[in-house]
Design a protein around this ligand. Structure first.
Ligand SMILES: Cc1cc2nc3c(=O)[nH]c(=O)nc-3n(C[C@H](O)[C@H](O)[C@H](O)COP(=O)(O)O)c2cc1C
Length: 262
């Protein structure tokens, strides 16, 4: 059993190759009693600023897992910054003794920082499928391993923390604005795992209070009518979704049943 979170499909693509039984965390969050029992239970999610996304941590904190083998795979784009060790500490604080925590380098979807077209040119060199096959072999063998970070990753993470202390966060809320070119297709309302966007009189209204900056909405808008409110994008013309994952799969994973708009 894998519990996954995805905004642009990378983590879902990986999860689909690691197990057949997949449950979406944004959907599972609605369950009152979250108790999962399986021979092996995995969490597959993206890296957000060198951590598991807060929503995934909240999910884990509020769930019970009954298994012989608990594992985590965190997908990331450029630097994992030693997240496996921090994740192990976090899980221990939740009473979970993980058998395996690893990272998987994929396309970097951080639209604030990177040009998605330029990122596409790096994909082949990241050898995603080869790494997934290695991780699958590890998990099938119930290998015990918490990824040890290289010194370069530790230094990169420490540099980021220092920079953030001085410069503050990279962005502020409201993160997005919706331009008049919007065609009212409602895609943004369906891919948001937090139900932050609703159509009101046919126009999307973004309530940023629950936004976790996963970028699902801005990446999926078919006419690029969603823009960062105050951050200049490296390439405003480029967007990303994992080529193996359909928009319908992202919607199935993330769509929230929103109350009727007033
Ligand atoms: C808010 C945000 C923060 C991110 N932070 C990092 C990071 O610290 N390091 C990194 O290498 N990639 C980072 N990424 C890139 C994603 O972790 C990566 O592209 C991931 O595979 C996306 O998975 P998904 O398609 O399942 O959403 C970040 C992406 C977002 C949206």
């Amino acid at each position: 059993m894998i519990l996954y979170f995805t905004a642009t499909g990378n983590s879902l693509y990986a999860a689909k190759q690691l197990d057949d039984e997949l449950l979406s965390i944004p959907q599972e969050m609605h369950r009152k009693n979250r108790h999962y029992k399986a021979d092996r239970i995995g969490i597959v999610c993206p890296l957000f600023e060198f951590e598991m996304p807060p929503m995934v941590k909240d999910f884990i904190r509020g769930s019970e897992f009954e298994t012989d083998y608990f594992y985590v795979v965190v997908t990331y784009g450029m630097h994992h910054g030693g997240v496996a060790v921090r994740t192990d500490e976090f899980l221990k604080s939740c009473g979970i003794d993980a058998g395996y925590i690893n990272t998987l380098i994929m396309h970097d979807n951080a639209l604030i920082v990177f040009d998605m077209d330029q990122q596409r040119t790096l994909e082949a060199g990241k050898q995603v499928d080869e790494h997934i096959a290695q991780i699958k072999a590890d998990i099938d063998a119930k290998r015990t391993m918490i990824q040890e970070p290289e010194q370069g990753e530790i230094d990169f993470y420490n540099g980021y923390i220092e920079h953030k202390k001085k410069a503050g966060p990279m962005y502020s809320f409201p993160l997005y604005r919706i331009e008049d070119s919007c065609i009212s297709c409602g895609t943004c309302t369906k891919v948001c795992p937090r139900g932050c966007v609703r159509l009101v009189n046919g126009k999307p209204v973004y309530d940023y209070t629950g936004c976790i900056n996963c970028m699902a909405c801005i990446q999926a808008c078919p006419v690029k009518a969603i823009r960062f409110a105050s951050v200049k994008e490296p390439n405003p013309a480029s967007r990303y979704r994992n080529v193996h994952i359909s928009l319908a799969e992202i919607i199935r994973a993330n769509k929230q049943d929103l109350p009727e708009a007033e």
